[in-house]
Structures are given as C-alpha cells and as structure tokens.
Design a protein around this ligand. Sequence first.
Ligand SMILES: NC(=O)c1ccc[n+]([C@@H]2O[C@H](COP(=O)([O-])OP(=O)(O)OC[C@H]3O[C@@H](n4cnc5c(N)ncnc54)[C@H](O)[C@@H]3O)[C@@H](O)[C@H]2O)c1
Length: 301
Amino acid sequence: MKTIGVVGAGLMGHGIAYLLAAAGHTVRIYDPSAEWRKSLPERLEVARALLDGEPALLTRISAHHQMAAAMKDVSFVFEAAPEKLPLKQEIFAELESVTAPTAILASNSSAIRSTEIGAKLKYRDRVIGTHFWNPPHLVPLVEVIQNDATSDDTVRKTIDLLRDAGREPVHVKKDIPGFVGNRLQHALKREAIALVAAGVCDAETIDTVVKSGFGARMAVLGPMEQSDLVGLDLTLDIQNVLIADLDNSIEPTAFLKDKIASGKLGMRTGEGFRRWTKESADAVRARLRNYLAAQAKAAKK
Ligand SMILES: NC(=O)c1ccc[n+]([C@@H]2O[C@H](COP(=O)([O-])OP(=O)(O)OC[C@H]3O[C@@H](n4cnc5c(N)ncnc54)[C@H](O)[C@@H]3O)[C@@H](O)[C@H]2O)c1
C-alpha cells in the first residue's frame, strides 16, 4: 500500500481521496482553504455511507494546510485544484520541489493538457493526465493521458494503481483537448443543441431519445461494438445519407450563448434547456446518485 497525495479537497479531490483510501492506501490531502478542509470529514462520510465502506478507511485520510509536509514522501499525487493553467503550473512547480523525482504527478484537469501544466518542470516524464469523471468514487472510468514527455513506465504504474483501486483506466495516447470522453460527449451535445435550436424537437425529447433509445443499451454496448454488431456496411450506408446533414459548427451556437446571456444557466437558476423547480432538480440529483451507487456496489460484489 502506498502513501498518496491529493491536491485540492473539493468535489473531485475528496472523491479521489475516498477511492484511494478505500483501496487501502494512506492519503494526504493538501488544500489551502480552511473552509474546504473543515467540511472534508463530513463529505467523506457521505461517500462512505453511500458505498457502505468500512468506517476505519476514513482514518487513512488526513488533511493538510502545507504542501511540503503533506507531499514529502508520497509516490503519487493527484491534483484536483481549480481549472486555471497558471495555478496548476504553480502547484506542479511546488510539487516538483517537495516530492522525490520518482513520484508520479497526475492532473485531473478536465480540459487543460498536462503538456502545458508540466511544461516548465525539470522531470516531465512523470507528469500525466488522469481524468476522473464526477463523482470519481462512483464512475469507473479514468482517462490516463500520456503526453509527449510522459514515460511508458509512468503510464503503466498509473494504470496499475487505478485498476487495483477498482477503476477502469483507459490509455489515451495523445494529449488532445477534451481527451476522448469529452470529445464524444460534446459531439453529441453539438447535434442535440442544433436540433433544438432548429425546432426539430424540444429538449425533453432529446433526453427521452437518448435515455430510452440508444442510451438504454450504451452501458453494455459501445458505439464501435454496435457498429460491428449491425455491420460496417450498414454503418456506411447510414453515414452516406446522414453525415453531410449533421451540425458542423466550429464554435458554440448563438442558441446556447443567448440562454446564458438571459440568465438561463440550468438547474441553478430554474431554467436552462429545460425548466426546473428545486424539487425536480433534487429528484434528478438523487436519481443519478442512487443509480451510480447501486452500479458501484454491484460491481464490488
Ligand atoms: N467537477 C467535475 O465534474 C470535474 C470532472 C472532472 C475533472 N474536473 C477537474 O478537477 C479539478 C477540480 O475540480 P472540482 O470540481 O473538484 O473543483 P472544486 O472547486 O470543487 O475544488 C477545488 C479545490 O481546490 C482548492 N484549491 C484552491 N486553490 C488551491 C491551491 N493553490 N492548491 C491546492 N488546492 C487549491 C479549493 O480550496 C477547493 O477545495 C479541475 O481541474 C476540474 O476541471 C472536474
């Protein structure tokens, strides 16, 4: 079992810490905010209760206000600080000065490439992207992104650690914006927004088509498997008819920008693509949390 550092005790950091402690590791979380450190035990307890984890596992997690003390003898660090390049570069520079040169330094950035985060470091072979999905202790996938400087050894050790912790790591071989998961997700969102903007259907219909249609089988049948299942010849026939008609905008549409300009940000403001009350928004959150927790518990059995 290893001693692992987590930078940032927020939404993602506390989930990553929980996951690694549940796998038996000792976890030290560094966060400069007293407020986030104070609320950490309660948030970890929520994760533990949801997954029926052993109460003792939380004793393996400690919170720290000084990076050097927290990170001095760790073999891995998962950075989950705010999504700002200068801040992440600063954190990685400090990590380089307080960790051993063999410690692996992983960023959980959603969009910033680890190439840029680690650009100014001396030992760049140990810098890697590990893109967890929210909540990291419930969603199995972690994209492990190798940049041009990342060594194969760093990739292997990172994948081994995550797999042993019960995640499903995938190796992304090029450090490109959006990695793989967000590119796929936003290709779908681009088309969904274009369909609603063009008046083809409303936002509720988009969600029903996905959840009750191809989405209903997606957890057990990916798009490449599905293409092979129906045959690539059929896939080509459909693409010949369809591809030219799909949305190909190269920037976010006015439809989305106008919503934001008029204060329609989603559940937070009561309206986004759809309308929400506090109760209906809470019901969606509970439905998602309970579904993911049931999947995570079933996977453990
Ligand atoms: N929220 C998501 O769904 C999601 C999913 C995947 C990846 N990510 C990425 O994970 C990272 C963290 O996102 P989050 O949603 O957990 O954010 P968050 O705001 O919940 O947490 C950020 C934490 O970083 C701490 N912090 C601020 N300055 C710091 C510093 N100098 N050093 C160390 N910690 C500092 C804050 O106090 C806070 O606890 C971001 O890069 C984000 O893009 C987020």
